[in-house]
Structure formats: C-alpha cells, structure tokens
Design a protein around this ligand. Structure first.
Ligand SMILES: Cc1ncc(COP(=O)(O)O)c(C=O)c1O
Length: 934
C-alpha cells in the first residue's frame, strides 16, 4: 500500500501528512499492549472489586431483568450495536422499526401524541423540556421577557442540577419551591414537576396544570415510565411535555448509564421537539418505509439558531426498551408494575407494624419511613449492609426503599429483618405477597396501552428471537461491510472489549452506592482518565458528558466559568470556522455564546488572516475559538499552532472538537497543538460502538487552569468541584467505559500510534485510487489527506444529472453503506475507512466506487437512459428484481449483481428509495397498523 501511494515507509507518509511543528516529541507512555487473554484476566479482576448488592436507593435508577433474548440478540449482537444513526434509511429499516415501537410505547404510556427516539438521560431531557418551553413562548411573553421557570422542589437532585446548568447561559431564572406555592405572573413561562415525586409521593397536579395554562405557561412532567402502567398518564391531565428515563424497561443500571431518556409532547409542538423522530413514509414503489422525520429541526441545518444540540442520543438503549415492551406486552408490563406496587404496599404495612411511620400517602414503588425514637439510622444502615442491601437515607433521617422488578419474597424477608432487628422486634417471615393490589382510585389508570399487534404477538422466546432477527436482517452494520462515514470513525468494536459489559459486576451497580462497593469501576475510571489525559496532552478529564455534543457544551461552559472567575463574564464570542459540524454552533448557542463564523480558504484551510481580523475585532469579548483538528475537510492544517497563539493573544481559549482524534492519537495531541480543552468521542476514536445512534460518550479533557471548573455532581463526589452537572449520572455512561479502557490497554502506546498511522494510510490509499475519477476536494501541503477525504461529486452531477444521493443509494446495491453525504461541503461524499479495514475490503470499496463511476459515465454518454438507470432507481429490492414485471431499460443482474463478488454475499435493501417529503407532510410517528398507511 505504501508503494502504491508512492512512499518508502510509514514514517515518510506521516512526515508528509502531519506537520512537523505539532508532532509529539516522546512516544505515549502507556506501556505495551496486553494480549486479549491478559486483558480478560485484568478486567475480570477489576469486576470482582465491584460488589453487587440489592439496591433500593431508586432516585431514577432501578434494578431490572433484561430478558435474555434481548440481552443476547440485541445488546450483545454486533448488527444492533455496530450500526450507525439511520441516515441511510433504506438499509436501516430494522432499527427504525424498533425505534418506532419505542416511540409508540412512550406515547401509549405517557398519553402524549408524539415521542422522539430518545434523549441522553432524564436530567438532560428536563433541560431540553425547559428550553423547548422557553422557545415556545408567545410573542407577548417574549416581549415581556418572561424568563421564569418553576420547578417543584421534589425533583431528583441530579435533574435540578442539570436544569441549573442549562438555564443560566440562556438567562432563565429557575424558582424552586413546593408546587402548591407557585404564584404565576406574566414572567413565568413554564413549570416542571415530577410524577411520582422524588420522595415517592404521587401528587395530583391537575389543578396546577389548569392554573398554569390559564397563565399561558406550559407544564413538563418528569415521569417514571413503569409507574404509568398503573397511574393516570400526564397526557390525560393536560401535560404539555412528558419526559423521563426508560431504564426500567430492561436496561441495566450500569453505574449510571447509558440509558435512554424518553421525551413526548403534543402534536402541535412537533417542530420544537428536540432529538431524532422516526416517522413513517413510503418508498418509490408506494410501500411503507421508515426514516428520520422533520430533520430540518436539527442542529445540522439550524446551527447557532438551533434550540437543541442533540446529535448522538441513546438509540441502542431505546431499541432495548422498545423490545422489552414488545416482549412483555400490556399484560406483562402491567403485572410487573402491579407486583412492584404490591410489594411496596406490603412493606409499608409490615414495617409500620414494627413501629415505623410510613410517610407517603399515595405511592407507586417508593416508601419512606420515619424511625421510632429508639431506632438509629446507623443501625439500619449497618444491618442492611450486612445483608448486602443499600437503602436510601434522607437528610431528615428518614429511610426510603424503592422496589423494583427484581424484588422477590426472599428480599422482602431480608428488608423486614433489618427494620425488625433495628427496632428490637421479633423478625416476621413471609412466604408470599399479593400479586396485585389496586392503586388509589383517583390515580388509577383506566385507559389501555400497547394494544397494537406488535405488542401482543411475540410472547414466546422463539417468536421474539425471530422477530429481532427479522428486523436485524433489514440493516447494514459493520458485520456486513465497511461503513466509511467520514467524521464518524466506524472502526472495529472488538469482541473482547465488549464482553465485560454483560457482567453483573458492571451492569448491576447503582450509581449512588457507597464507593467501596464500586472499587472496580473507580480504579478503572481513574486509570482511564489518566490515560486519556496523556493521550490529549492535558491535565485532567471529566467522564461525565454522554455524547460529543454534550462534551462540547460542557467544555464551553468550563471556558465561560473560567472567564467569569477572572471577572471577564462579558467574554462571550465564540469563533467557529465555516466548515464546523452543526453541533459546534448549536452547543455554543446553548452555552450562551455569540457565534461568529470565520471563513476557510480555497484549500479548505482556516483563513488565518480573516481569523486574526475577527479575533482582533472581538478582542474585548472573545471567549474562544472552536476548531476541529484535523479539520472536517480532512486536512492537517500547518497553521493550527499559529491560530491557537492568535486566540490566546486576544484573551480567548481554544476549544478542540475531538471528533477527528483518530488522526492524532500517538502522533500529536490537542495539548501539544496549543488547545486548552477538548472533548473526545469515545464512540468514534476509542471503540465504543455507535448503537444505531447512540450511546455516545464525550469526556472532556483540559489544561490545569481549567480543571477547577470541571462539572460536579449534586449527589456523588465525582472528583470535580466546578460547574453544575451536565448529565444525570456522576460518571456519565460508566458501564460502556470498559470498552475504551480495553481498547487502550490492548493496544498500548505503540499500538495506539500504529492505529492512527494505518488509518491515515488507508485513507491515502483510497484517495490515490479514487482521485482521478472523482477528485479529492482538499489535500494538505504535500498532497496528502489525513484520516478521511472529501470526494467530489458535483462535476458528475453537472455532466450527468446523477447526484451524490444517487451514488449513496446505488452503493446499497453493492452492499455498502454510503460515506457521509454533503458534509461539510454540499454535493460531496466524505470517506473515512479507519484502521480496521483490510486491504481486501478497501479494494472492494474502491472497485465499487469506480464501477459506480462507470455507470455514471454511461448516463452521461447516453449509453444508459437519463431517468431509467441503475443509479436513479437505486436501491433495488429483492421484490423488484424477482417481480414478474420488469420494465427497466437495463438487466436485473445489472441492478442487483453489478460485480461478480456480490453474488456470494448479497445484501438486499428492504425498501427502495424513500420519499422524505411525503413523510414530513403526513407525519406519523407511531406504529399504527400497516393498512392505515395505504
Ligand atoms: C466533527 C463533529 N463534531 C461533533 C459531533 C457530535 O458528536 P455526537 O454525535 O456524539 O454528539 C460529530 C458527530 O458526528 C462530528 O462529526
């Protein structure tokens, strides 16, 4: 490969590609890579240091039983976990249907009309609800400067924490009080309450909603999704937004995440809804087809005018939660919820008999006891720890228990034993509990849910397994072929890295257990932070942000806190090059910054002169520059160090978007280049799989002067004392961190550098073979690309009418996922092969792209029809190709088997080209029966 591209050695290629002035002087000091076997032993030893107790802390995290059929066939299945966000809908119909199930399930339980396909966690969903209500203010409210949000005091502390973080930069004033004391006036725009509340009480909010609406205020309700199987859903008592966590639907606690937040609202607010929405449309043959709907709402298009920066969300976890509802169905979910209530009720009665006073009048799963005078809280604590149980301790001395799906008779006996012994009473025993016990009439749900066929069909494991498989067969993932999505780094997610995730020692830990029960996690995370600090060239790392965009936001807020600490709170201008990803300006806007766009020159590089001018112009209010490096144009710009100096000279900080770290690791680093802070996309460079649209992990790393501002947490000490929390869990999506830990440990310092070098080699190899037919839009000073490249398609469109979209759909017929389309330059394709692809696979891709080029030429030269050709009609489904009628001007074999080797491994797209506009005009975001769409 080196010879093909015209260099003698890897070193020569790297010298030609990566500017000398930014190269690391010393290799990474991360030790040699471990073998898979050695790593397995190491991570297993760490797992043993986590203690799996029965945890009744609740507070948004509950033990669950993940049905094994879902664990094995979804969570542990690379088709589900290695696929990408369904940008190419025709080859993503399986996960789109799974997410549509999820949305339908959320609408059913919440009683709302429209749900999205997940947000990052319950606390960030609360912030999204706040911002959505803020942006929905009436003209008069805006004119009046209505900026007050009421939040009931009985909301999870982590939710309030994130609301506080996110409100400040937007000028929203948060008033926390008992909801009964809210005094509405024309400055108030919204209300957030929790149902059941943070103490476990079910409150009747219907009068509040009425008053709020009379005062033109919207009401958002944080709800426990499982409780809504028994309780009147917020949609039925007038809520405008309902959000929360779907963790209880079969997703393990995992020391805090990842879990999918749900978010639902009324149809009239659909255009203000944050996150991805899956909608129903039709394909070119009129068949029902799914795809992401209303995409113009998203930050990709709206940039600094966006009201949310969500890109990666929690697709895999939403998929699992949706399957959980499919498998259990309405009766199953009802009986799980009813059993939980019944056990909580039993405990309430029995523990009261021991002299304790239960404080919750109406409750679902949580009971809260004040202690008799002679009982000490400490006694309860040590007695429960002896029996390997964690209870919740309130500041006022009360003790709480949140019951979950796993609680059984044995557990009931142990719990009661603790309370009896602490009170010096004989220990009663139980051999059973009532299966069902009715919730108070006032709160009892009458409406039905999960009535559609899909939730009533797959009751046996065999049927469920086949349903999952049926959907899986409709999706392209890394199990089929390379996914060359530029900027997304779709590399191998090695099986050895993934194995520990299913172990109960990682999955079964509640984030609020005493740290001595989670030493395996703590040791692993400390080592990981230190390794990531070294890789980035920075002083410290926060693992809290749970996506790239969340990392951007957190990093920018750290910069704002730094300026504020120096009396420079007026520094608000954020310079962003025009080539930036949409999340960059959107995150800056969310952080209260003023975005100033700086141009790129004709080579795709930052125009340094223009940047200098802008920096000087804003020298009094410059907060930072936000750059991606190598740039989203796929080039290492030599001027980057000068750019950093300019920004520093004018008092700004340099924020680096770490999306392209795969071209830096071991060769250079953000710290070495001169940046002050960066985020890393662990779900790109560091091997966490993309899950069909999430989870993501976006830790931030920074220089010493910013460490004191890294995000803290209101419940657990996560080692930082800076800004309020940016996500619900103290260490973000902790349970997927072993993947990155394993990636670093098994590659070691040299392996990490070599991975970067091979990624650069692979990209240059592809560029070499495609440059003549397509053209490479931007290259560095020596004609090299970094780890990705932009292929030109605009000249082809001009000559033949074949667009970049046609190329992307035709790739499906060859069994490939398209590269990134029209980002960062319209009409182009951005290709990133990563280091994981073999020479054979690169050659297959190159042969495919060149074969497609020849097909385009056939159209251009009139050999093929301008409209009826393999590109315009792509992708071709199996049904099209075997249909008795075939009226096209080309052969079926050309449609389906354009190259010889496709015969041995054909992937059939399930639908043909999807009509996006139709779906947006006729928005349907739940899975109604098929005949409704005809
Ligand atoms: C350059 C760049 N920045 C930021 C992001 C946002 O990351 P995330 O999707 O994890 O929020 C992406 C995602 O594709 C990206 O390519």
């Amino acid at each position: 490969m080196l010879k093909t591209i015209g260099v003698k050695s890897m070193d020569e290629l790297i010298d030609q590609t990566v500017p000398k002035n930014i190269r690391l002087e010393k290799p990474l000091d991360l030790g040699p890579g471990l073998s898979e076997r050695q790593y397995y032993r190491k991570i297993h030893d760490l797992a043993q240091k986590n203690k799996v107790f029965n945890t009744y802390i609740g507070m948004g995290y509950y033990d669950v039983i993940t049905p094994a059929v879902i664990l094995r066939n979804v969570f542990e299945n690379p088709v589900w976990y290695t696929s990408y966000t369904p940008y190419q809908a025709e080859i993503s119909q399986g996960r789109l249907e799974a997410l549509l199930n999820y949305q339908t399930m959320v609408c059913d339980f919440t009683g709302m009309e429209l749900a999205n396909a997940s947000l990052l966690d319950e606390a960030t969903a609360a912030a999204e609800a706040m911002i959505m209500m803020f942006s929905l203010r009436s003209r008069d409210q805006k004119k009046n400067g209505a900026n007050i949000l009421f939040v009931d005091e009985k909301i999870w502390p982590q939710t309030l924490d994130v609301i506080l973080t996110r409100s400040e930069p937007l000028g929203i004033e948060v008033k926390v009080d008992n909801y009964k004391n809210f005094g509405f006036n024309d400055k108030v725009f919204g209300v957030i309450v929790q149902y059941p509340n943070s103490e476990g009480n079910i409150e009747d909010y219907s009068a509040l909603v009425e008053t709020a609406h009379k005062n033109e205020c919207k009401v958002a309700v944080a709800a426990d999704l499982l409780s809504l199987a028994l309780l009147v859903p917020p949609g039925e008592w007038g809520a405008d937004i309902c959000f929360g966590s779907s963790q209880r639907f079969g997703v393990p606690m995992g020391y805090g995440g990842p879990h999918a937040a749900f978010f639902a609202t009324k149809d009239e607010y659909k255009r203000s809804m944050p996150g991805r929405i899956i909608g129903v449309s039709k394909d070119a043959n009129g068949n029902r087809a799914l795809r992401m709907a209303l995409q113009t709402r998203e930050q990709h298009i709206k940039r600094e005018k966006a009201t949310s920066n969500i890109c990666t969300a929690q697709a895999l976890l939403a998929t699992m939660a949706g399957f959980y509802a499919v498998y259990h169905g309405p009766r199953g979910i009802y009986s799980i919820a009813a059993r939980i209530y019944s056990i909580a009720n039993l405990l309430s009665e029995e523990i009261e008999k021991l002299g304790y006073k239960q404080q919750n009048k109406f409750f679902f799963d949580t009971v809260r006891f004040s202690l008799p005078r002679h009982v000490k809280r400490e006694d309860i604590e040590w007695l429960s720890l002896e029996l390997k149980m964690n209870f919740r301790y309130f500041d006022n001395g009360e003790v709480g228990l949140s019951i979950d799906e796993t609680t059984n008779v044995e557990d009931i006996n142990w719990i009661v034993e603790v309370f009896a012994k602490a009170a010096n009473k004989p220990v009663p025993t139980f051999s059973d509990y009532p299966e069902e016990c009715l919730i108070n009439e006032k709160f009892s749900r009458k409406s039905e849910y999960l009535q559609l066929d899909v939730f009533n069909r797959y009751r046996s494991e065999t049927e469920m397994m086949r349903y999952i498989k049926k959907l899986e067969n409709r999706d392209i993932s890394l199990t089929h072929s390379m996914i060359s999505l530029g900027s997304c780094t779709m590399k191998l997610n090695a099986a050895t890295e993934m194995l520990p995730l299913s172990w109960i020692e990682f999955s079964g830990i509640h984030p609020y257990v005493p740290k001595n029960q989670a030493m395996g996690y703590q040791i692993m995370m400390e080592e990981l932070k230190s390794d990531l600090a070294q890789i980035t060239g920075f002083a410290d790392v926060s693992l809290m942000p749970n996506s790239g965009a969340a990392g951007e936001y957190a990093g920018l807020m750290v910069i704002m806190a730094y300026h504020k600490s120096r009396g420079d709170e007026h520094r608000k201008v954020c310079l962003i090059p025009s080539s930036a990803h949409g999340t960059n300006p959107a995150s800056a806007a969310m952080a209260g910054m003023e975005v100033v766009v700086t141009p790129c020159d004709e080579r795709g590089n930052i125009d340094v002169e223009a940047l200098k001018q802008k920096a000087e112009e804003h020298k009094d209010d410059l907060a930072c520059l936000m750059i991606t490096y190598p740039s989203t144009h796929g080039v290492f710009e030599a001027s980057v160090t000068e750019v950093c100096k300019i920004i520093h000279q004018f008092g700004g900080q340099v924020y680096m978007d770490g999306a392209n770290m795969n071209a830096q690791v071991g060769l250079t680093s953000p710290g070495n280049i001169g940046a002050d802070i960066c985020h890393l996309n662990l779900h790109k460079t560091f091997a966490i799989p993309h899950g069909g649209g999430g989870p993501g992990v976006g830790p931030i790393a920074c220089k010493a002067h910013l460490v004191e501002f890294l995000p803290s947490h209101s419940v657990m000490n996560n080692g930082h004392v800076g800004i309020h929390a940016v996500s619900a869990a103290p260490w973000g999506s902790a349970s997927v961190l072993p993947i990155t830990y394993g990636y670093i440990k098994m590659l070691g310092g040299d392996g990490l550098r070599k991975a970067t070098e091979v990624a650069i080699l692979n990209a240059n190899y592809i560029a070499h073979h495609l440059k003549d037919n397509y053209g490479i839009l931007y290259t560095g000073e020596n004609g090299r690309v970094a780890h990705e490249m932009i292929l030109e398609a605009r000249h082809l469109k001009q000559a033949s009418g074949i667009t970049e979209t046609d190329i992307s759909k035709r790739l499906m017929d060859y069994g490939f996922h398209a590269p990134t389309l029209s980002f960062p330059v319209h009409g182009t394709l951005m290709v990133e092969p990563t280091e994981s692809e073999s020479l054979q696979e690169l050659d297959r891709f190159i042969e495919t792209m060149n074969s497609i080029f020849n097909e385009i030429k056939e159209v251009e030269t009139g050999v093929a029809d301008k409209d009826d050709n393999v590109l315009k009609n792509a992708p071709h489904t199996q049904f099209m190709c075997v249909d008795d009628e075939w009226n096209h001007s080309y052969a079926r074999t050309k449609a389906a088997y354009p190259l010889e080797w496709i015969r041995e491994n054909k992937f059939w797209p399930y639908v043909t080209r999807i009509d996006d506009a139709y779906g947006d005009r006729n928005l349907v975001c739940t899975c109604a029966p098929v005949e409704d769409y005809k």
